[in-house]
Write a protein of this length. Structure first.
Length: 56
């Protein structure tokens, strides 16, 4: 549970820890990153399709 980053933004103290991924194998980390990229792609594609429908 190491602290990766610790900073303030205005009055908010933000601490980022590596708990969510420190125990992962490189393969599992890559699988999660691929899933995130695919999900972002789906969201962007859906948004663009909706915009195109609204224009039509």
């Amino acid at each position: 549970m190491a602290v990766v980053k610790d900073y303030y933004r205005g009055n908010t103290h933000i601490i980022i820890r590596d708990d969510a991924y420190a125990h992962l194998t490189p393969e599992e980390l890559e699988r999660r990153q691929k899933h995130i990229r695919e999900r972002i792609s789906q969201i962007v594609t859906n948004h663009l399709l909706k915009q195109q429908e609204d224009v039509s």
